[in-house]
Each structure stands twice: as structure tokens, then as C-alpha cells.
Design a protein around this ligand. Structure first.
Ligand code: CUA
Length: 314
């Protein structure tokens, strides 16, 4: 995991080290005083206990010092919070859709990807929401974390100051595929990013929009299963993940369960389409019943492209 550790220019790190520093100083100071008292006031040296009356000076000291300390901690914390919530006006907006169990990033020109690609040294503003349950977006390298809430848009920003590949994952338990809800932030040289951003290969219609652009009319199934997060649960190489592998799925015999009754069927176009739109009808035996419905998430041409692609996976 790339943490970029320690990163003292980051306000979160400065606050963290300040609090750890204060805690360590008090740990040593308290321990030293405790040891001194144990020795100095042991029964051997001090057989007759003394009744200690108030000590105003001491009481003032142990009230004032902690008060000042917590105020300083509040102040540095507040500064860090302000920094986190103040998005630079020139930040590049990227929409983030969290869903069980994948991430979809949508750029201003409609381009989508399952990896967050950003140009180096350009502030990025993430506009975050969820398609189903609560998730939480966490990029440890940039010390940022924000809840993904269905029906609500939250935001975050960060400055990718160094090239590299950084982890991005869900940090709120969201069901059986939670641990698979992991992707990368790819910080690219500006030129490479521009080339990717303007390149047409992976361009697709935005989900939910009825307007069909020229390029959107012919979506590519291979990139769809990646962008739409199918690969978080379904492998392409035959290995078992949370759901059945896509390899050789077309024409395969599967046992499905409907209303508690088992029956065998052959996977065909109709079954794939039904599973994409109404996965709750027939569940494939041996896998948890967790496939989310893609109703409203995929356009008809996208559905066809995915079915066509799955047919090609021998
Ligand atoms: Cu999404 Cu955990």
C-alpha cells in the first residue's frame, strides 16, 4: 500500500503528529512523576500519612495547561478541517458512484472508468454518491475519507502532487463483497491524461440518459463489464469469486433456485438479461443471492453489448 508516509505538508499529518507528540510527552512525564512518588512516599520512607490540604497553585496549573492544550488541538484540527472542506476553484470535478461492489468515475465529458485517473498537480474534486447502500470512499495516500450516501451528494478534494498509483477503497462494511470494493488512483503526467481523456475508446453513454450519442450507440462489452464493476464479483479466467466466472458462461448448465425450488437450465441470452435486470428471480446455486439489479444502470444497447461480450467468452 502506498501511503506517501510521512507527509508533513499535509494538515492531517501535522495534526496527527502534534497529538501523538503531546500524548508521548505526557506519557513520559506522568510515568516519571508516578515512579518518583512510589519511591519518595513509600511506607518505608513515609510511615505516617499526611493530610494534604488544597494546593491552589497546582490546581490552577492542571486546569490551565490541559485547557490550553485542548484549545490548540481544536485549533489545528479546525485549520485542517477548513483545508479539507475548501475546494480550490480550479479543481477538476469527477463524479463518483459507489455501488455494491465497485466504483464508477464519470468525467465532465461523459468519460467513465473504474479507475480514478487524474493529471498530476491538478486539484481534483470528487462528487460522491451511492447507488444502493452506505459506502465510504477512502484514499489513504491523500488522507481523505467521505461517506457515499444514496440520494445525497457528498464531496472531497485532493491534490495529487506526485505521479504514482495509490489505493482507493471502501472503508464502510457494505455487504459480502466489501473487501473487493477496491480500485486505484492513477496519477498520470498531464499529456498522458489528456490523451486518455480525449481518446474515444471507452466512451459510453451516461447511465440514465436517454440521449444516444454516436459513440454510445455501439458500446463495448469488454470495457462495460469493467467500468460497471461486474469484474469485482465475476472473473474472466474461470476462477471463482463472489459470483460465477464469466468464462464459458454462455451455454453452460447451471442449477438455479426460484422460490426455494431447484431446477437446471442452460445459460442463454434470455437468462443473462433476466439476471442483469431481475437477479432475484433465479439465483444460481452455490453463490450468495447478492447480485444487484442493473435496472436503470444500463441502457438497452449496453445490455446487448454485455450479452454479446459474455457470449464471446469461451
Ligand atoms: Cu462499499 Cu464497503
Amino acid at each position: 500500500m502506498t501511503l506517501g508516509w510521512p507527509n508533513l505538508s499535509n494538515p492531517a499529518d501535522a495534526v496527527f503528529f502534534f497529538i501523538v507528540g503531546v500524548s508521548v510527552a505526557f506519557l513520559f512525564a506522568n510515568t516519571a512523576v508516578m515512579i518518583y512518588f512510589v519511591v519518595r512516599y513509600s511506607r518505608k520512607r513515609n510511615p505516617n500519612p499526611e493530610d494534604v490540604k488544597d494546593n491552589v497553585a497546582l490546581e490552577v496549573l492542571w486546569t490551565v495547561i490541559p485547557t490550553i492544550l485542548v484549545l490548540i488541538i481544536f485549533f489545528v484540527g479546525w485549520k485542517g478541517f477548513q483545508y479539507m472542506r475548501t475546494v480550490p476553484p480550479d479543481a477538476m470535478p469527477v463524479k463518483v458512484l459507489a455501488q455494491e461492489w465497485s466504483w464508477t468515475f464519470t468525467y465532465e465529458n461523459g468519460k467513465q472508468d473504474s479507475v480514478l485517473r487524474v493529471p498530476v498537480r491538478k486539484p481534483i474534486k470528487l462528487l460522491i454518491t451511492s447507488a444502493d447502500v452506505l459506502h465510504s470512499l477512502f484514499i489513504p495516500a491523500y488522507r481523505i475519507k467521505e461517506d457515499c450516501v444514496p440520494g445525497m451528494e457528498t464531496h472531497l478534494w485532493f491534490l495529487p502532487d506526485q505521479l504514482g498509483s495509490y489505493d482507493l477503497f471502501c472503508t464502510e462494511y457494505c455487504g459480502v463483497g466489501h473487501s473487493a470494493m477496491i480500485t486505484k488512483v492513477e496519477v498520470m503526467p498531464e499529456k498522458d491524461f489528456e490523451a486518455w481523456y480525449k481518446g474515444g475508446d471507452a466512451e459510453m453513454a451516461k447511465p440514465g440518459t436517454k440521449t444516444t450519442k454516436k459513440k454510445a450507440a455501439d458500446p463495448d462489452g469488454a470495457s462495460l463489464v469493467q467500468v460497471k464493476g461486474c469484474l469485482a464479483c465475476h472473473s474472466l479466467d474461470g476462477s471463482s469469486k463472489i459470483g460465477p466466472s464469466f468464462k464459458g458462461i454462455f451455454g453452460k448448465k447451471e442449477t438455479v433456485i426460484r422460490d426455494g425450488k431447484e431446477r437446471e437450465l442452460v445459460v442463454d441470452e434470455a437468462f443473462i438479461k433476466q439476471t442483469l435486470l431481475h437477479p432475484e428471480l433465479d439465483r444460481v446455486k452455490g453463490f450468495p443471492p447478492i447480485m444487484p439489479s442493473q435496472q436503470g444502470q444500463l441502457t438497452d444497447p449496453e445490455l446487448d453489448a454485455i450479452i454479446h461480450y459474455l457470449k464471446s467468452l469461451k
